[in-house]
Design a binder for this molecule. Sequence first.
Ligand SMILES: [Zn+2]
Length: 431
Amino acid sequence: MRAEPPRSLRLQLPRALLDPQQRDLGCGDGDGLLPVQVELEGGRLAAIRPLATAEGLPLALTPPVEPHAHLDKAFSWAEHSNRSGSMAAALAVNLREGERRTAEQVLQRGEQALDQAWRYGLRAIRSHVDSGGSAGPPSWEALLQLQQRWRGRVELQLVALVPLNHWGTPEGRELARQVAACGGVLGGVLGPPYPRSQRDRQALAQMLTLAEELGCGVDLHVDESGEAPGCGIRLLLEQLARRRPQVPITCSHASSLGLLALPAQQRLAERLARWQVAVVALPTTNFWLLGRRGDQDLAQRPLAPVRQLQRAGVLVAVGGDNVQDPWDPSGDFDPLELLRFSSRVCHSPPWQRQGLMPCITAPARLLGLSWDGIVRRGAPADLLVTSAASWSEFLARPHQRRVLRGGKWLPPPPTEQPASILASLDGSPPC
Ligand SMILES: [Zn+2]
């Protein structure tokens, strides 16, 4: 049965997601939550009123945004697994899979990803796309189709992922023109082993010049490693000091920055803030892949120092990165799972503004979305309502959710549908 669109909802919302200009709302409780009644009209929020009590009210958020995914290879683990968990093996399997990739496969993977993401409550995704070699054309063909098909439900932003020096070749410049024409972003990988030559410096300079010429943003996989801490970030900052292109620049991963001593971290964080470089921390894939030392247990977990970067004024978003592909067998495009995980590993609890923003408002800004994700009069009637009544309950276990988009309830996410694999236990065949 289809649920009727609601005309008003009584919820608990984080103060950090409510209009700071609306003074009658107060400050919220110790968890930063406020009981409110929201009035809905024509797919928008018509009014937000404070309530006297939070008793029995569900905790709600505005829909999160995924700042870093790989839709072209999502759900490919079953046929292209990497049970060693090493980065080198992940890359080798990825490259083999890419040689045989078809547009139909990417359409299927992307459609599943977007459908799940939408039902889980995501409203936008930035996906990197393997764009070098034979994987490029089928991946772009399929993802551009999906971008059109999903417009208005999940905004899809695409980043061309190639070896950095590709942008200096005639083929690279042609690809950049195509990427610019569809509103895309230039990507690449900057990580160890760093050559002794000027190769990376030159490739970076060429890429930044091209990005400025075409008005394209830049989003690099930087320092996704436990080696040579912060080396790629330094190379980038060096180039930015020569010529800061007037385009948005994002460093994805920045994992080895977290291995530097505090003063060095701080200096680099301040320089990133000065040059307005955003950072996307990717804790799930980092925790799966990085720091492996044969049979030895880990002592180091390379991860972007989220709080340190925020203190310096860097815009920090948190992303889910790989989903069931050779780089990471887990993940499901569920932003609430990611928020729970990142709260733990980044020591950044969601009752703090800085804990919540990396999943909601910061990625909205990073993707340049028209709505910042703040609940105010006239904003879209888009909410993610959970069955938790407090942050502690939210963190304790997975919760059911209802997703409201444009004032209407969406179908439930995959985790809330009956599990057919369990039906056989009752003697009835799986449907
Ligand atoms: Zn990635």
